[in-house]
Design a protein around this ligand. Structure first.
Ligand code: NAP
Length: 283
């Protein structure tokens, strides 16, 4: 029997819990999101993040800047948010327009407000096995989903397809931290199908619709689909769910799998940063 890893339901439980805890504080956590340009997908993500924050009792601020904003002007906005004691968490929506150096902008965020965990301070601490202020939301959400379904990762052969700084790399570190044996594949990897066939868990973060089909799957494998691919107005994952699900023991749907967990972890990270700053600066 195949079990659906229900990210929507799990995320809702996490969000309800954060909402309850937030009520105990006189001040509210505040998330600032910086959106540059008018990429329609980014606009939807930012709107959803902001609405979700408000729905659980957080405050949110969206700073919209034109696509031709200069790097200095964007940096100035980040510095102002760093200085503002009412802002607990800063997120710069990626991707940024090509004339902007994304890493330079991310590095400008104070690590204690870096809600995505993308600064070299937080990423470095994650890599070294020390506690960062925040762990990248999508990888953290995937680990939380495994925990929710009592999936033990120790000793498992796990194939992570995709090596981005946002998903694949931090996810591999987290899985290794749970004593899994991790293989990372990417666009130059040879024969991903064979690697996948040998894997107990396959996590696809490639961004290509139906990249994984039943030929990649060992019977009973666990399949996690991170991909978000747009086909007209329909969102589909990297995994051909119809052919893969009957072979899998557990599988995430798209939508309703990793996506809602990512947003829930963004809220959890905001709340955690708020608590750290509260104890450091306000009490
Ligand atoms: P990315 O930066 O574009 O990275 C894609 C990765 O896939 C790269 O490492 C690339 O290899 C690899 N790749 C590309 N073609 C491949 C192929 N034919 N075979 C094997 N590997 C291949 O993307 P990302 O930001 O990590 O996102 C990946 C997907 O996840 C996208 O669909 C994105 O929208 C989605 N996503 C979803 C969530 C969520 O919450 N559900 C969050 C973040 C991202 P190279 O390194 O060699 O180029």
């Amino acid at each position: 029997m195949t079990i659906i890893l229900d990210g929507k339901n799990t995320a809702n439980k996490i969000l309800e819990n954060i909402c309850e805890k937030t009520k105990q504080f006189p001040k509210k956590p505040k998330l600032a999101v910086v959106l540059v340009g008018d990429n329609p997908a980014s606009e939807i993500y930012v709107k959803n993040k902001s609405l979700k924050a408000q729905s659980i009792g957080f405050e949110s601020l969206v700073i919209k800047l034109p696509a031709d904003v200069t790097e200095d002007n964007l940096l100035e906005h980040v510095y102002i948010l760093n200085e503002d004691v009412n802002i607990n968490a800063i997120l710069v929506q990626l991707p940024l327009p090509k004339h902007l150096n994304s890493q330079k902008i991310i590095e400008a965020i104070e690590p204690i407000k870096d809600v995505d965990g993308f600064t070299s301070y937080n990423f470095g601490r994650l890599a070294l096995g020390y506690n960062p202020y925040a762990i990248p939301c999508t990888p953290k959400g995937i680990i939380r989903l495994f925990d929710e379904y009592n999936i033990n990762l120790e000793g498992k052969n796990i194939l992570v397809i995709g090596r981005s700084n946002i998903v694949g790399k931090p996810l591999s570190l987290l899985l290794e931290g749970r004593n899994a044996t991790v293989t990372m594949a990417h666009s130059k990897s040879i024969d991903i199908k064979s690697l996948a066939k040998r894997s107990d868990i396959i996590i696809s973060a490639v961004g290509k619709a139906n990249f994984i089909n039943s030929d990649f799957i060992k019977e009973g494998a666990i399949v996690v689909d991170v991909g978000i691919n747009r086909d007209n107005n329909v969102i589909i994952g990297d995994v051909d769910f119809i052919s893969v699900a009957p072979l899998a023991s557990f599988i995430t749907p798209v939508p309703g799998g990793v996506g809602p967990m990512t947003i829930a972890m963004l809220m959890e990270n905001t709340f955690e940063l708020f608590k750290i700053q509260h104890s450091l600066f306000l009490i």
